[in-house]
Design a protein around this ligand. Sequence first.
Ligand code: PFF
Length: 454
Amino acid sequence: MNKPRETFGSRIGMLLAMAGSAIGLGNIWRFPYTLGQNGGAAFLLLYVIMLVIICLPVMISEYLLGRRGASNPFRTFDNLAPGSKWRWIGSVAVLASACILSFYCVVGGWSFKYLFEACTGGLMSYQGSYADFFGAFISNPWKPLLYTLLFLGLTGLIIAFGVRKGIERMSKIMITLLFVIIVLVVIRSLSLPGAGQGVRYMFVPDFSKVTANTCVAAMGQAFFSLSIGCGCILTYASYVHKDENIAASSGWIAFFDTSFAVIAGLAIIPAVYAIAQMNGVDPDVSAGPGLVFITLPGVFKSMPLGGVAALLFFLALMLAAITSAISLMEVVVAYVIEELKRSRLHAVLICFLLCGGVGVFCSLSFGPLDGFKLFGLSVFDFFDYITSNIMLPVGGLLLAVFAGWRLKRANYLDELTNGGKLNIPRWLCLTIYYLVKFVAPLAILLIFINCILS
Ligand code: PFF
């Protein structure tokens, strides 16, 4: 006899678990530097537009398909379109999640290391340049591996406790803590003299910086940040009760995620401006991936109470990374449990070995495997590239096509309104449906073509 499928215990638990998946390194590590590289507020505005007209409808659809199919991504498509080739999309989603987790856990490991150094005082007492500190750490053959595997092990441990006792319980605690901490860091950052310049940079748009690439960057960031296109929302949705309001929950998650990205920006950018002004240098908010690991420690070091701010910040980064890693691992674990008929613990072990194995190569690509290239990219960049630029957009495109064209309109609207029980205005349901059917696939296709051509 099959055991009954697990479900989330409460609405708030489900919302926080999904928000935990969305809020991650994408918000704290990637968003501020992508904003910095793409003209500040103009990027923010574009991001919100993309979010509302493309990503939110796709997210609603992934959620809707997940709840209706009620299984892992592979089985979900088989349940919804029995015997068709669509189930292979589900398998690709599982593969995409495993690939993302393989490089995500490396950056998760770096946050773990910085948290450790912030706790022991090693980060603030360091005398050299933080570029050297970071460079020496990531190129070391052993240390980053250790932190990567520790990070992955902690993720696996939480998942091993199951949906309610592991994922839901830890997401509730971690996301609440994360919000409190990041608000404290924002207060510290905004209270620095000269911080206003940074706030202005974030909220006063400069449209001269908007190019076709800005649009692509905004859309790619929105996909990554909302965790859409690789089966995470689909898998979590399969644990959701049938009476949940899908459109409202998706709206809330997108709202939490975007607010959090803006809050994380407010924690970082004003502080970078303030400290640059104090030191009489130009603020560098477009420092790329090093913004958080190289620029920010220097900023913390120069400000009063910087040690506490650094500790809180890297704790926030670690919590955000782990709640997202949990959702990525759960996609693979659900698949292994249901399709390969393994116990949860066994599935976690398989996933740890698989993603940890690939993660080792991603980590080593900053050190001993520096010269080894796949299609001209380091192993880390290769996984980052194929997942963010290819697998997520293709996954999102196929999800939108399936929801808009394969699932009948009546079924889509039926699922959206819980069989007519919810009072959602018909114009709103139809707008969502047509955004999914026409606008989202076309727009995603454009990102995809751009990725191939660039
Ligand atoms: N949304 C996560 C972040 O912003 O860091 C990353 C992520 C998680 C992407 C889960 C995709 C995914 F399926």
